[in-house]
Design a protein around this ligand. Sequence first.
Ligand SMILES: NC(=O)C1=CN([C@@H]2O[C@H](COP(=O)(O)OP(=O)(O)OC[C@H]3O[C@@H](n4cnc5c(N)ncnc54)[C@H](OP(=O)(O)O)[C@@H]3O)[C@@H](O)[C@H]2O)C=CC1
Ligand SMILES: CC(C)CCC[C@@H](C)[C@H]1CC[C@H]2C3=C(CC[C@]12C)[C@@]1(C)CCC(=O)C[C@@H]1CC3
Length: 360
Amino acid sequence: MGKVVLVTGANSGIGLALCERLLSHDAQLQLCLGCRNMQRAEAAKHALLVSHPKAQVSIIQLDVSSVHSVLRAAQEIRHRYNRLDYLYLNAGIMPNPHVDYKAFYKGLFSGRAIHMFSTGEGLLTQKDTLTSDGLQKVFATNLFGHFLLVRELEPLLCRPGCSSQVIWTSSSNAQRSAFCLDDIQHKGGVEPYSSSKYASDLLSLALNRRYNSQGVYSSVICPGLVMTNLTYGILPSFLWTLIMPLMWLLRMFTNTFTLMPYNGAEALFWLFMQKPETLDPLAKYHSLTSGLGNNYTQPRKVSTDNYVILTLCLQHPSPFPFHFKMDIDDTISSALYEKLLALEHTVRMKLKDEDLGHTS
Ligand SMILES: NC(=O)C1=CN([C@@H]2O[C@H](COP(=O)(O)OP(=O)(O)OC[C@H]3O[C@@H](n4cnc5c(N)ncnc54)[C@H](OP(=O)(O)O)[C@@H]3O)[C@@H](O)[C@H]2O)C=CC1
Ligand SMILES: CC(C)CCC[C@@H](C)[C@H]1CC[C@H]2C3=C(CC[C@]12C)[C@@]1(C)CCC(=O)C[C@@H]1CC3
């Protein structure tokens, strides 16, 4: 039987491009598309079957921002399959983005222009909303729903003698400065996207600590800047098309302008072909495209700008030598993991109470 792969947010952009690449590589795969919108999911399945008529593609209705939907979908997946080899946690949103053009103009002449183009740091804010579960929507979609999904699919991922991979689509926009352990949902800030992506980097570390002994390996990837529905929400598509020659030119200076979903999916696809035991849990795997248009994957250390480390090390005398850095990263990721477990407990209790309310 072929390997089982579940991809969330598979009906468009990077997720759909990944599915195409996976099927081109391995026609025996059992590919499951986790999508919230069934019409768009059917269209994606149809497109995949046109290029791979013999492929085994199925759909699971999954809204990762809804606790009820995640629990129901996981139950259905456990019913359909007895294994899960790859879980791609790719669905993501950046609602109501606002570009700070003043900061962009300043950044152009700051000596950090390339960094700004590759990370979007300091340029973007978003207006978040609440889900029906009362959670911040960006947090619920980009992080918490996926966390719950991993927890629910534990029996399929952890199988004696077999290994499996959990792969997060993170972002170069993941910023330590946007994330706060006391406000993991980012209720009080205007950069929920950066916060949620930084949290996914931390969570991946925690998942490795928790699950490696059971054969589950978690990695994070960074797709670069890709033209998808997400980026068309930041600037209209005609404007992106208009500045495309400029972006090709910028590729000479930053290889993070992957631009096409196929290129953005490079690291996701590359991880599919790796032995998970050989992967570095502290690396973030970047999809990169050279000035000449060649794709490659490069691991870069995750969270090198940890301000807690800096604060501690700047104290005199420093309570920690520099080589304690990884331990402190580990402490933050453990703390996040505990907070997510506590939140999971709360939402499960709330759902139980609601169910009891309906039956009595
Ligand atoms: N484009 C870029 O430059 C970058 C993107 N990324 C990340 O890549 C990932 C894929 O985004 P991208 O392909 O660019 O954008 P798209 O908007 O094309 O894809 C996002 C996918 O996520 C799905 N999705 C959104 N919310 C939910 C939900 N609640 N439940 C289930 N599915 C959901 C969307 O479904 P629907 O069609 O129903 O909305 C869609 O299939 C995201 O995690 C994004 O943050 C990271 C760095 C850069
Ligand atoms: C000449 C143009 C390239 C000017 C575009 C300016 C900005 C709108 C963009 C520069 C860097 C971009 C970027 C993203 C969005 C658009 C920019 C801020 C992302 C934040 C999109 C989502 C991500 O996950 C990472 C991207 C990093 C770079």
